[in-house]
Design a protein around this ligand. Structure first.
Ligand SMILES: [Fe+2]
Length: 279
C-alpha cells in the first residue's frame, strides 16, 4: 500500500506548468510511482516543509531511479557521494561572493554526458533573506511554440554538448576556469528534438550552457540558433520562478525543463542546498 495515494490534488503553480503538493511528507513515502507520474505531467514538483538529511535524500532518489555521484567532485557529501552539497559557504564559513553567478545560465544537468539524467531533486537548507530563486522553463511548450519551418529545420538535427562549453557556458570564454571534474570534461551528441520517455511529447533539447553546436552547421550559425531558441524558450510566460523557503524540495524533469540559478540575491548571504541527480 502506498503511504500517500494522492487523493490530495496538486495545486497549480503560478506558471503555465508545475505543481505543488501540500501536506505530503516525502520521508514517509514508500511507493513513489505517483511522483514519477506527476513529474511526467507537470515537469516541476514543489513540496514545502520537508526535512531530509543526505541519506534520506539519497533514499528518495533511489525510490525514483538511480541517483549517481555528480562529476563535480568537490560538491559531493562524504557519506552519500550521490548527494551533493550546493553551497556558497567555504570550509572556514566564509561566503563565496562568486556563488551568486554559479549555474546562472539556462541549462539541463549533465547534457555533456551520453547517459542523460531523468530528474533532479533540490532541498533547501539555508536561503537568502530575499530572492535567490531557481528558474525553470518548459521545453515542451517551447517546442510546441516553434514556427513550423523551425520545427522542420530542427527535426533530425543532432546537437553536440560539452560541459559549460555552449555560448552561455563559462568554459567557452574562460576555458581554464571552473570547478574540478571527475571526467576531465567530455562531449556528447543528442537529438535537438527529443520525445519524453513517458508521455511521448516532443521536447526542444537545447540549452545555451552545454549545447555547443549542431552537427553539419558552422559554429557561428549554430551558436546564433542556440541563443535564439533558448531566448524564445525562456520568455517570462514560459518560465516559473521558485522562491525558496527553508525545507522546500523541488523535483524537476531533466528532459522537459531547463533551469538556472536566478543569481539575484545579495552575494554576501548564505545559500545552501542538498541535491541529487537521478537516472
Ligand atoms: Fe543545474
Amino acid at each position: 500500500m502506498p503511504t500517500q495515494t494522492l487523493t490530495a490534488k496538486p495545486k497549480a503553480l503560478d506558471a503555465a506548468f508545475g505543481a505543488e503538493f501540500i501536506d505530503c511528507d516525502l520521508n514517509a513515502q514508500t511507493d513513489c510511482g505517483w511522483i514519477g507520474d506527476a513529474l511526467a505531467e507537470h515537469a516541476v514538483l514543489v513540496f514545502r516543509n520537508q526535512s531530509l538529511d543526505a541519506g534520506q535524500l539519497a533514499a528518495l532518489g533511489r525510490k525514483l531511479g538511480e541517483p549517481r555521484p555528480h562529476v563535480l567532485v568537490n560538491y559531493r557529501t562524504a557519506d552519500h557521494p550521490e548527494v551533493s552539497m550546493l553551497t556558497n559557504v567555504d570550509a572556514d564559513g566564509k561566503v563565496d561572493q562568486f556563488g551568486v553567478s554559479r549555474a546562472s545560465a539556462w541549462h539541463s544537468d549533465m547534457t555533456y554526458d551520453s547517459d542523460l539524467p531523468k530528474l533532479a531533486i533540490l532541498h533547501s537548507l539555508e536561503v537568502p533573506s530575499k530572492k535567490g530563486g531557481t528558474m525553470f522553463a518548459d521545453m515542451r511548450a517551447a517546442y510546441d511554440a516553434l514556427p513550423e519551418a523551425t520545427k522542420e529545420k530542427m527535426e533530425g538535427l543532432i546537437a553536440v554538448h560539452g560541459g559549460a562549453a555552449g555560448p552561455a557556458g563559462y568554459r567557452r570564454n574562460a576555458p581554464e576556469e571552473g570547478p574540478a571534474r571527475a571526467d576531465g570534461g567530455h562531449e556528447a551528441r543528442h537529438p535537438a528534438v527529443r520525445r519524453h520517455s513517458v508521455t511521448g511529447r516532443k521536447i526542444l533539447f537545447v540549452n545555451p550552457m552545454h549545447t555547443m553546436r549542431f552537427e553539419g552547421m558552422p559554429v557561428q550559425e549554430s551558436e546564433d540558433l542556440i541563443m535564439e531558441l533558448s531566448g524564445n524558450a525562456t520568455r517570462d510566460q514560459n518560465t516559473y520562478y521558485h522562491d525558496w523557503a527553508v525545507g522546500d524540495v523541488v523535483i524537476w524533469d531533466e528532459a522537459s525543463v531547463v533551469h538556472r540559478n536566478a543569481g539575484d540575491y545579495d552575494p554576501a548571504e548564505r545559500r545552501i542546498f542538498f541535491r541529487t541527480i537521478v537516472f
